[in-house]
Design a binder for this molecule. Sequence first.
Ligand SMILES: [Zn+2]
Length: 384
Amino acid sequence: MIRDSKLLVILICVVVVVAMAPAQDLDRTARLLEELTNAAGPPGFEGPVREIVVREFEELGAAIEYDGLGSVIATGPGSADGPRIMVTAHMDEVGLMVQYVRPDGFIRFKTLGGWLRQALPDQRWVIVGSAGPVLAVSGLRTIHVTPTGERNQVWPLEQIFLDVGARSAQEVEAMGIRPGDPVAPWSPFTVMPNGRYAAKGWDDRVGIAVMLEAARRISEGEIQTPNRIVWVATVQEEIGLRGAQTSVYIADPDLGISIEAGVAADYPGARPEQAQERLGGGPGMFLLDSSMIPNTKLRDFFFDVAEEEGIPLQGDVLTGYGEDGAEIQRYDTGRPSVNITVPTRYLHSHTGIIQRSDFDHAVDLLIAVLTRLDGSTVERLSGF
Ligand SMILES: [Zn+2]
């Protein structure tokens, strides 16, 4: 009973806060971030994100190609005939896949990408079935029936399920849901104080947005670059860098720049022994991750350009994170490659947080580097 009245107070507070929040007054960049993060695109099911990416590149007059897995490869305009620079980010996000439907209408699933088990129950999801999106809830067994000894346990995957409001397997089927359908988190984009944005899927929609913003500014003719820039939006990164493995053959890069959601470790419980980025500290660069060590000359080139331009750039040494830059690095006989990030809190969950100034600085840094790279610089960075 006490628990119920507390809940009521919380609900009233939430209603008041929502009612008091001003309507979101977003600029074009924030609207793009909103659209990209709200789109559902688990690994292998990137269609809704791909539509946005292709639309944006077509608006710029870019030529579009695809690899055999569905990655998007866009070139020009504003691209010259110099060295081929592959700028890449991935379209997919961590999600789930419908495994089977129980006779009582509850749904079992498998994970696509790395999830902490404790992040799975008690959330809202979208199942993208043949009849359109269906809201699902990963039900939490209520405290009232959970034995004391089990209240602090992390539940195994086999005990978690999705509830779409159906009473039978037949009703689930009638909703257009089948085994193999993708499931994405549902967590609408929201503006927070201090220029911070909360949303799902920052990994790696924030990288996609950095790429699109840089491409827009270059194609609008503000910026001249002597390079052939190949913009690549990959698929299936979260399950093993698969789209980067295939698209790199079309991009055929001399040098690669991957853009990712970084790992901010600036909140209670996170330690510098794990990661060192923080919100508001500017973009980051992985100096070590579990998939690669960046080319040292290219690494230094980025830090020099950042210093010249007055753009903050944070280094991050971490493990337990692989990224598409590694596939560029190992292309053909090997290429210089780095991974640049926008620091992100709580990634691979329902709601992460980024800071707009870090995003804007990442775009500025990418453009500054792309305008300085040329044939002789790329040759120097590639040599030993
Ligand atoms: Zn990622």
